[in-house]
Design a protein around this ligand. Structure first.
Ligand code: SF4
Length: 284
């Protein structure tokens, strides 16, 4: 960690407290971690996953329940990946860890034509390997480092380019119903995580060693959200709150709300009203 002057140290303590409080709240609101859980923390070597691991380790010490943490990094065999960095760091941190080696880089290079973005397939392969490994080590939860800004970006990506109204949930059961994924940083802002990671001096490993550009659509959305935040500072929080106030009856998805059954609901309400009036009349 960086040496800080007293004022900066005070600010850092406030930031650390805020990240802990937000994570504690997210864990409680979504019942993310239970007594006896073995939480596999996916560590990419980026700012988000380092922050996730650190704050989870701090919460583990003060939590009223017992749970295990194990950090797992998938070495995807990208050229230039500094293999020694994470093991050395994790050893010094004193956390259980595994480094899983899978050459997904070659698969991605072989399957995706030159110039096309490779992040989609790369992430799917990474997810598949990590989910499989979680089962192997008996992990009951898989923790990922996505934060509030990721969730909003995903919401707009799906809205603008995917034609669906969905984001990244704080807690998720995998499609095969074998793994539960949690996102304990769901209430935290990326700017706080950047600042925490800088001051903690994490040995960051860039994701784009593979040479791929970050998805262009995501960059566009990021830019849009940043502009909005400059213009209307509270907008990000307002939108994030909206993710927790969904009104399916005010949208148009027949699988999320029973529009066809409204007549039946009205008839039932009418019958209930008549019954209430009759009961009151009998009592009077
Ligand atoms: S930048 Fe490279 S390593 Fe990172 S997700 Fe995209 S393809 Fe995978």
């Amino acid at each position: 960690m960086q040496d800080l002057l007293p004022k900066a140290r005070k600010e850092f303590n406030k930031l650390q407290k805020r990240l802990r409080r937000e994570m504690g709240q997210a864990i409680a609101d979504f019942n993310m971690i239970q007594e006896g859980d073995k939480v596999m923390v996916c560590l990419s070597g980026g700012k988000d996953s380092f922050t996730l691991l650190h704050i989870l380790m701090a919460l583990q010490k003060s939590a009223p329940i017992q749970f295990e943490l194990v950090a797992v990094n998938l070495d995807q065999k990208q050229p230039g990946f500094p293999e020694e960095v994470l093991p050395a760091y994790l050893q010094q941190l004193g956390v259980d860890f595994h480094i899983l080696e899978k050459d997904t880089y070659s698969i991605v290079k072989e399957k995706i034509p030159e110039g096309k973005t490779t992040c989609g397939l790369c992430s799917r392969l990474r997810r598949g390997n990590l989910y499989g490994f979680a089962e192997k080590i008996g992990a009951t939860k898989i923790a990922l480092g996505h934060h509030k800004d990721d969730m909003l970006e995903t919401l707009f990506l799906n809205l603008f380019f995917g034609g669906s109204l969905k984001s990244m949930p704080p807690k998720l059961l995998s499609d095969d119903k074998k793994n539960i994924v949690i996102r304990p940083l769901a209430y935290s802002r990326e700017k706080d995580i950047i600042s925490f990671a800088e001051q903690m001096d994490f040995p960051i490993i860039p994701c784009n060693l593979c040479g791929s550009q970050e998805n262009l659509q995501r960059q566009t959305i990021k830019g849009m959200l940043a502009d909005w935040e400059k213009q209307y500072p509270a907008r990000i929080e307002t939108m994030a709150n909206a993710l927790q106030k969904v009104a399916p009856s005010q949208l148009a998805d027949t699988s999320a709300f029973d529009f066809a059954g409204l007549e039946e609901e009205r008839a039932k309400a009418q019958a209930d009203r008549i019954q209430l009036v009759n009961t009151l009349a009998t009592e009077a």
